[in-house]
Design a protein around this ligand. Sequence first.
Ligand code: AMP
Length: 302
Amino acid sequence: MGMLVVGSVAFDSVETPFGKVDDVLGGSATYFSTSASYFTNVALVAVIGEDFPEKHITFLKSRNIDVSGLERASGNTFRWKGRYTYELNEAHTLETHLNVFQSFKPVLPESHRDYEVVFLANIDPDLQREVLAQVKKPKLVACDTMNFWIQGKRDSLVETLELVDILIINDGEARQLSGEPNLVKAAAKIRAMGPKTLIIKRGEYGALLFTNDGVFAAPAYPLEKVFDPTGAGDTFAGGFMGYLANTMNFDDASIRKAIIFGSVMASFNVEDFSLNRLKSLDYSEIEDRYREFRRLTHFDDI
Ligand code: AMP
């Protein structure tokens, strides 16, 4: 049980209509592993620079995240700067500094090579494949990416997609990757690239699942307070994969339930900047919101 994740560990500077923060803890793998840690054991593979404070590592350890694959290199930690307008569904990237990720050559500790569930969080698709190649017998491989890599490293990304079972991306990324504005047609094109299961996140409008069994739609939790959407996608993926790694059952019904857990986790994350809300979260709150999701989507055939 448990799973392996490779992705970014970052300092984020974020501006939303409701506030602004500089150099706070962020990164796709950070959000993912924190969210997944509520469901299963997670081993994190990433690189940080000399400027990364010990207190953030202490936090990850406090969530029981295995940081033995988190390498410290000379140089600066990855930095991302983004802005959201009132249309909170779309992040506008202002700056991306790969820094120590530019020369990162991940070598997995021996104990990490036996994981059966692997998540390739948003990072250079070359790195995603380098990590996957070191895992002996992966049973479930899922992946995320973003416009930065779809545009900048498309060929490498297509190679990664051939190796994954599940792709989790947002609607804008699905359109960009497929070159197709209609999401149903885009899904068919993307599934033909490799991932037989595709989840398209639509921000406040929820998520769509495309599999051989057809389409499933889940709403997002209607929140009164949305403060900062940064990390919502990674947090969704963490809840989704965390649930699957916990049950090790990957059938269609489990995948649907996992989407609800992903949506629950994302709904908490957007309530505050950085990982602040995930840090204060209690498992009973996750269960309560899961029940509210059931009520939200239930109807009788009368
Ligand atoms: P999201 O869940 O899509 O909101 O992801 C937000 C996180 O992605 C932020 O914490 C960023 O540090 C991270 N990020 C932004 N750009 C990149 C990139 N090009 N590669 C890897 N991670 C990134």
